[in-house]
Design a protein around this ligand. Structure first.
Ligand code: CO
Length: 187
């Protein structure tokens, strides 16, 4: 393993086109992909995120990272990497608040499956399978949605979404073609 310092990646903000694309599967674990995954993990912790998906940093690939236990375990890092993930099971339904690094300052309750089973490849290309509940389950579903161009604000009830419409529109028109927020984010 070569020693490489991970880079901080820039988070694309709502209005960026990559956030709305269907991401492509990873076909080979090249050095570039491995480096990218370590940058993604680094950026997730740097931005205090529970998870981070490749499209959120401008790469339309089916990769995300999560660490739902970071806060609980007093800063002990245990990043989980999912490449080409697929859900195998959904059970129950539960509503809880969500936010997203790509949609700053907006937090809304979203209905999700209570329990999920997911399979995918880890950073080494080895098959992994997780059964998840609570925040872990929610994080997996939220991040996996990013790979299909879906954002949590798409999933909130219509009436609530109407109230958010202006905020989202303001954010969108302040986001340039590189996904950079130009000017103040709407409060
Ligand atoms: Co998100």
């Amino acid at each position: 393993m070569k020693n490489r310092k991970p880079n901080s990646l820039r988070i694309r903000i709502y209005g960026d086109k990559t956030l709305r694309k269907i991401a492509k599967p990873v076909t080979e674990f090249t050095e570039d992909i491995k480096d990218f995954i370590s940058d993604l993990v680094y950026t997730m912790y740097e931005k205090d995120g529970v998870g981070l998906a490749a499209p959120q940093v401008g790469r339309s690939l089916r990769i995300f990272v999560v660490d739902p236990f970071w806060f609980k375990e007093e800063g002990k890092k245990n990043p989980l990497v999912l490449v080409n993930p697929e859900f195998k099971e959904f059970k129950g339904e539960i509503e809880s608040d969500e936010g997203c690094l790509s949609i700053p300052n907006i937090f809304e309750p979203v209905k999700r499956a209570e329990m999920v089973v997911i399979e995918g490849l880890n950073e080494k290309g080895k098959t992994v399978r997780y059964e998840a509940e609570d925040l872990f389950s929610r994080a997996l579903q939220h991040e996996n949605d990013h790979l299909d161009g879906i954002l949590f604000v798409d999933k909130i009830p219509k009436l609530k979404r109407m109230f958010l419409k202006k905020k989202l529109h303001d954010m969108e028109i302040r986001t340039d073609k590189n996904g950079v927020n130009i000017g103040e984010l709407p409060l």
